[in-house]
Design a protein around this ligand. Structure first.
Ligand code: ADP
Ligand code: MG
Length: 569
């Protein structure tokens, strides 16, 4: 075939494919336009999973009547005007592609009135061509209605997923922007049913309540908005991290609850996801992911949003600084605010409180409300107060007294935390204590375990195991970490190899597993000296109030609460 110039209609349809992939992309582009127009209210309505109808209404600045047609031409925008502007983009749109792209694959109806103009404009476009124009009375703002999306692009239609899936993509777009802009009132109607409404009062907490519900919201910790970036060094890092993160008690099994915004632009960012997950290091169980709503503010020159057609990815010029700032800020918020669970919270906030301990406090709990108190009343814990050991309960819990009440400590969980920190420290200093076995012990593995063992052999060595192949899926173990000598290290190894066949952070898992297998057990009687020593060690660690699996090591009964309980009835 000879090379020839494509018909403009075909060109615009091809180009539309980049921006308008599915109904949710249309919603995203229109909502972004409303946000760029400084709207304080944005309402989104969809029918037939967005294929029959998408309508976005805002009370923003509107389009002047002389520019409405122009806005539907390719590469026309009011947001940037020269090459320099492209370096410092603060608006969500800037390419002038969305309206023409949408109009190329649907029938579009727009009613808009610019601030300062007495009458608005109503324009109808079919296949990107203006069909009708008239004057129209309305208050400032814009309503864009998109009918019959992709009707003339059957390939796209075929590519769409079920109605429920497309609706959930649409809901996700509106939800994310509702979280990014708590000062804006958002409403979403799907097939006539209102599925989201935010108050627009500027309180992120209120948007989180609408999106995730009260229970999650109660467990969200605020990231203190520190001007000037990490440790206040504005001249070094003008990056600001703000938002909320979930306490480790409300983790999720997917990454779908991580929302990131950069200068309020909703982005997918592996870098930020990793930074946040690292901040939860040692606070969440394996396979669990946090909930987070985080906005990063930084000078627009320090990032490039022009790297992806849908503008959902950004490139930071100083990725490692963004990473470290996000990781440290979130980590600090967590360490400062992760609460020691109060007696009345234990049942609601955590799944595995010690059963005997629960029985002990049943009477104290019965009269109190069942919902957790708001976050602000929880005890921040950076380090433990000095604790005096009173005794042991059920051979499993250490009763101690601090200056602000009673602390009941789970001896196994507490020891796990102490050992976990110690193991990690020894390894980082390459000072793991090793104990040679009197005679080598054979250790057999199944094929799957062998694969895991082979590929992670070096890590085991770093942690103090000396293992060599003896052929036929049999290994000889000559030395083990000193902590595990006299313990069931073979059982631990087997468990570890099984748990890691699906991947994961090996070093972390070995440390957790070693701590768990070498810690004192529940049911083990401890002498007063042993208890005192354990508490003293617990006082030294960075996160004394959770074990490495993220479960609480202690519960706290404040003096006030104790008095209240006794005056009840
Ligand atoms: P971009 O957002 O990249 O500028 P669009 O094609 O999305 O490109 O929009 C083109 C222009 O139309 C915008 O630059 C803006 O001036 C105008 N516009 C679009 N939607 C709205 C709206 N809801 N309110 C006010 N102006 C709008
Ligand atoms: Mg736009």
């Amino acid at each position: 075939m000879p090379v020839k110039v494509l018909d403009p209609k075909i060109v615009s349809r091809i180009a539309a494919g980049e921006v308008v992939e599915r109904p949710a992309s249309v919603v995203k582009e229109l909502v972004e336009n409303s946000l760029d127009a400084n709207a304080s209210q944005i309402s989104v309505e969809v029918r037939g999973s967005g294929v029959s109808l998408i309508r976005v209404t805002d009370n923003g600045v509107g389009i002047p009547s002389g520019e409405v047609e122009l806005a539907f031409d390719r590469y026309t925008t009011s947001k940037i005007s020269n090459l320099g502007d492209l370096e410092s983009i603060l608006s969500l749109g800037f390419r002038g592609e969305a309206l023409p792209s949408i109009a190329a694959v649907a029938r579009v109806d727009i009613v808009t009135c610019a601030v300062g103009e007495s009458v608005g404009t109503h324009l109808i476009l079919a296949d990107g061509v203006v069909e009708n124009r008239e004057s129209y009375g309305r208050s400032p703002g814009t309503t864009v209605t998109v009918h019959n999306l992709f009707r003339k692009v059957p390939a796209r239609l075929k590519f769409l997923k079920s109605k429920a899936t497309e609706n959930s993509h649409i809901a996700n777009v509106v939800t994310q922007y509702a979280l990014a802009f708590p000062e804006i009132k958002f409403a979403l109607f799907i097939d006539g049913r209102q599925t989201l409404r935010t108050p627009g009062n500027g309180q992120l907490m209120d948007s989180v309540i609408e999106v995730y519900g009260v229970e999650v919201a109660q467990n969200m910790l605020e990231i203190k908005n520190r001007d000037g970036g990490w440790e206040g060094r504005a001249e070094v890092s003008p990056i600001r991290v703000a938002g909320m993160v979930g306490s480790p008690a409300i983790s999720r099994s997917s990454r779908g609850y991580l929302s990131f915004f950069v200068n309020h632009r909703w982005v997918n960012s592996r870098l930020l996801a990793r930074a946040v997950e690292e901040a939860y290091h040692g606070l969440l169980m394996q396979g669990k992911h946090p909930i987070a709503v985080i906005n990063i503010s930084l000078p627009p020159q320090q990032m490039d949003v022009n790297i992806h057609p849908t503008k959902t990815e950004v490139k930071f010029s100083n990725g490692h600084i963004v990473f470290t700032t996000a990781q440290k800020t979130v980590r600090r918020a967590l360490l400062e605010q992760v609460p020691v669970p109060k007696i009345e919270e234990v049942a609601t906030a955590y799944t595995s409180p010690p059963p005997l301990g629960q029985a002990l406090w049943t009477s104290a709990k019965s009269g109190s409300p069942t919902t957790s108190p708001p976050v602000s009343s929880q005890t921040p814990m950076v380090s433990l107060p000095i604790l005096r050991v009173i005794g042991q309960l059920f051979s499993s819990y250490i009763i101690t007294e601090g200056n602000d009440g009673l602390y009941l400590i789970d001896q196994h969980a507490a020891h796990e935390r102490v050992l976990f920190e110690k193991i990690k420290q020894q390894r980082s200093q390459q000072g793991v204590e090793v104990q040679g076995l009197l005679e080598p012990v054979t250790f057999e593995v199944n094929p799957e375990q062998e694969e895991v063992l082979k590929s992670n052999y070096q890590k085991l060595v770093e942690f103090g195991f000396s293992i060599e192949s003896f052929g036929d899926r049999t290994y000889l173990v000559r030395a083990v970490p000193a902590l595990l000598y006299n313990k069931d290290w073979a059982g631990m190894l087997r468990e570890l190899l099984d748990s890691l066949s699906g991947g994961g952070d090996w070093a972390e898992s070995i440390a957790i597993s070693m701590a768990c297998h070498s810690a004192v057990r529940a049911g083990q009687i401890l002498t007063n000296d042993e208890m005192r020593e354990l508490i003293r060690q617990l006082e030294q660690v960075a996160i004394p109030n959770t074990c490495p699996h993220g479960r609480p090591t202690m519960i706290h009964l404040g003096l006030r609460q104790l008095e209240k309980e006794f005056r009840r009835s």
